[in-house]
Ligand binder design. Structure first.
Ligand code: NAP
Length: 242
């Protein structure tokens, strides 16, 4: 079977992506860091769509955990492949730079950027062998325009945009596409401390986006129809920034 692996699939955008890919018929491997209850809810909702869904907990920021979990996954699935990888796990720890602590910088770099590297490197081998793959990286408006108070977060998302474009050229000949999705403000746990009422006046659409709207775009990029889109960054932000 051709699986989809979604990092940070327990909640928010990642959960909606798991469900969209499940609707498209993909069995899903749902990665998460610690929130087993939420991940289990995603699993049940995905299975209700008629596909196999399994939990795959590991910390994307830990090269040892990524290596061990994915090695075990491949060993337990000798006839299956991971055809779709959605690098979605991410955190923010905002602070203006003058007050930013070393840990705020390194935690965000380790999870958002290094996590993308550890997971993608591991999954790529199977895709190269199969000569098929879809890699979709969840970046952000913050990585395109920069947002004050988010130098750490903006740096990770901008770095992944560069890596997306480089990797797309490395693997394109093997029918593997690598694209990035750049959401603006999406209503999830990550943005629940933000004041939507005051921020929405800046957004031409007049509201935050939904995880399902982002998932629909990810689903398209994962589909056969998107085979000729490679190395792109697609914004989804209600017209806030282009
Ligand atoms: P969220 O609701 O806070 O969910 C974060 C997800 O990432 C959870 O599933 C969490 O797992 C997982 N995660 C965090 N650290 C992890 C780690 N070290 N290893 C494995 N999983 C980890 O976030 P979201 O809003 O859905 O954001 C998803 C992605 O979209 C992120 O990359 C974010 O930067 C990006 N994004 C979001 C927005 C927005 O407005 N929401 C805008 C632009 C970009 P647990 O449940 O176990 O904690």
């Amino acid at each position: 079977m051709k699986y989809a692996l979604v990092t940070g699939g327990s909640r928010g955008i990642g959960r909606a992506v798991c469900l969209r890919l499940a609707e498209m018929g993909y069995p899903v491997a749902i990665n998460y860091a610690s929130n087993r209850e939420a991940a289990e809810e995603t699993r049940q909702q995905a299975e209700a769509k008629g596909v196999k869904a399994e939990l795959l907990p590991f910390d994307v920021a830990s090269p040892e955990e990524v290596e061990q979990s994915l090695t075990e996954w491949y060993a337990a699935h000798p006839h299956d492949t991971i055809a779709v990888l959605v690098n979605n796990a991410g955190i923010r720890q905002d602070s203006v730079m003058i007050f930013m602590q070393d840990k705020q910088w390194s935690d965000v770099i380790n999870t958002n950027l290094n996590g993308f590297f550890y997971v993608t490197r591991k999954v790529l081998k199977g895709m190269l062998t199969e000569r098929f793959g879809r890699i979709i990286n969840m970046v952000s408006l913050s990585g395109l325009k920069g947002l004050p108070g988010q130098t750490n977060y903006s740096a990770t998302k901008a770095a992944i945009i560069g890596a997306t474009k480089a990797l797309a050229q490395e693997v394109g000949a093997r029918k593997i596409t690598v694209n990035a999705v750049a959401p603006g403000f999406i209503a999830t746990d990550m943005t629940k401390d933000l004041d939507e009422k005051s921020l929405k006046s800046m957004i031409p659409a007049g509201r935050f986006g939904t995880p399902e709207e982002v998932a629909a775009l990810v689903g398209f990029l994962a589909s056969e129809q998107a085979a000729y889109i490679n190395g792109e960054v697609v914004s989804i932000n209600g017209g806030l920034y282009t």
